[in-house]
Design a protein around this ligand. Structure first.
Ligand code: NAD
Ligand code: LMR
Length: 441
């Protein structure tokens, strides 16, 4: 079987060690010859890189491993770029959350004004990585799961239409894992789904058991209308802070009861609830820094000091196997059916053909072939039209350096009550993002 050379962009990410363990556990179907980490923050990446070097030496000495901040070294001779960068890191994510909250609006990593601010930072970072890939390894594919995926994907569509970039998100995967548990199945792979929407903004319209064709929607509707996605099997496996998000799916289902919803509609359909349950002095970033970042970096430093990872507490990031599914689909032409963020192009018949939508695709060596999802109802379509306009206006603002477009984008979000509030949030975000955003005039 062909061995692959992979570079992980955003090597200093808190997700890197468990993704590396996952890649090693999947070598049976996706063998590696070389694994490199790339980041533009040498100090942060070294914490992760030094520990991963020990893990690789002990568990996969046959795979050449290195980490670097030099693009040429990182991107030369690779088959796949797996990208999970966070431009501005947690310091800026914190402001994305806190600035909108100050004005009584949802402050969240990818939703609302904070997500738009993050988008304005991410576009340049992701495009730069595509450029490096195309310069040093023109035949490589980039599997991008850097957020905010919707805005990044629209920027790729507009500015890199011919690049080999696939935008994918783990949120539907995570929810499908829960759905499988609710239905008493061992794996989400036993299900076949139909889904339509935008990233972090979509619905399952059909879920059947693959082997028998059994309709699983009635079981799911019954369960979710009472409990949301909060299933007992998640106890101890899911961050406690996520419980309310899973639970709230119950109320999201109530307003569009024919389809199973993505959890992030919480931010768009219940913004007042979200704001009243937020603490501006301790937002999700603070939780992630006190939780995942401390745990991962603490463990990395411990491994490096001990000089061995034999007793490491890192677990295989099992749920990230979707990344290998995608790489295998390209490399081995598996024709796997997966949800990807792709140009609509008629798949959702009564929706903007130029929108980046999240829909099932058959993925093979030439990339994704999107499936037709047909016509969608007015309520869901209306919500999507508003949100896709927000995402497109942010990309317009980035390309044109337009203050007006960014103001319109924030004003149009369901999470912001008025044009006046939008302006106040925007002006403060501009100040905070001086180092990262193009100048807006
Ligand atoms: P993190 O801050 O721990 O790591 C991100 C790394 O990216 C940092 O080390 C940073 O230095 C680096 N970076 C920033 N700008 C860069 C650039 N221009 N070039 C190279 N490296 C750069 O963040 P995290 O919490 O681990 O999240 C990483 C990313 O993955 C985020 O975008 C997050 O939203 C995303 N994510 C996506 C999914 C998904 O499935 N879509 C799931 C989880 C996380
Ligand atoms: C994270 O940092 O974990 C996010 O990507 C999602 C979350 O849990 O807020």
């Amino acid at each position: 079987m062909k061995k692959h050379s992979v570079v992980i962009a955003g090597g200093g990410s808190t997700f890197t060690p468990e993704i590396i363990l996952m890649l090693l556990s999947e070598e049976g179907r996706f063998p590696l010859s070389e694994l490199k980490l790339y980041d533009n923050d040498a100090e942060r990446q070294a914490i992760v890189g030094n520990a991963c070097a020990i893990i690789m030496k002990e568990r996969a000495p046959h795979v050449k491993f290195s980490f670097t901040t030099d693009p040429k070294e990182a991107f030369t001779g690779v088959d796949f770029v797996m990208a999970h960068i966070r431009v501005g890191k947690y310091e800026m994510r914190s402001l994305d959350e806190k600035i909108p909250l100050k004005y009584g609006c949802v402050g969240q990593e990818t939703c609302g004004a904070g997500g738009m601010a993050y988008g304005m930072r991410s576009i340049g970072g992701v495009l730069e990585i595509i450029d490096y890939m195309e310069k040093y390894s023109p035949n490589a594919w980039m599997l991008n799961y850097s957020n905010p995926a919707a805005i990044v994907a629209e920027a790729c569509r507009r500015l890199k239409p011919n690049s080999k970039v696939l935008n994918i998100c783990d949120m539907p995967v995570g929810i499908e894992d829960i759905m499988a548990s609710i239905c008493g199945l061992k794996s989400r792979k036993e299900m076949q789904v139909r889904y339509f929407g935008l990233n972090h903004f979509g619905w399952w319209t059909s879920i059947i058991e693959k082997s028998t064709g059994r309709d699983l929607m009635p079981i799911l509707k019954e369960f979710v209308s009472k409990n949301g996605y909060l299933h007992p099997s998640m106890e101890g496996h899911v961050d406690a802070d996520w419980h309310s998000t899973y639970e709230k799916a119950r109320d999201i289902l109530a307003v569009s009861p024919n389809f199973m919803p993505n959890t992030y509609f919480k931010y768009y359909l219940f913004p007042d609830y979200v704001v009243s349950h937020s603490d501006i002095n301790y937002t999700r970033t603070d939780m992630v820094r006190d939780g995942r970042e401390k745990r991962v970096f603490g463990e990395c430093k411990r491994i490096t000091e001990a000089g061995t990872a034999k007793d490491s507490t890192f677990e295989v990031g099992g749920h990230a196997t979707y990344i290998v599914d995608l790489a295998c689909a390209i490399s081995n032409n598996t024709g796997e059916r997966m949800l990807l963020i792709v140009p609509n192009n008629g798949s959702i018949i009564n929706f903007d053909p130029t929108a980046m939508v999240e829909i099932p695709c058959i993925v093979g060596c030439n990339g994704p072939e999107p499936l037709v999802m047909g016509e969608i109802p007015r309520f869901n379509k209306g919500l999507m039209e508003q949100q896709v306009a927000v995402e497109k206006l942010v990309v317009d603002a980035w390309i044109e350096g337009s203050y007006l477009k960014m103001w319109q984008a924030i004003s149009m979000s369901r999470t912001v009550p008025s044009v006046e509030v939008a302006k106040k949030i925007l002006d403060e975000l501009i100040e905070a993002n001086k180092k990262y955003w193009p100048e807006l005039k």
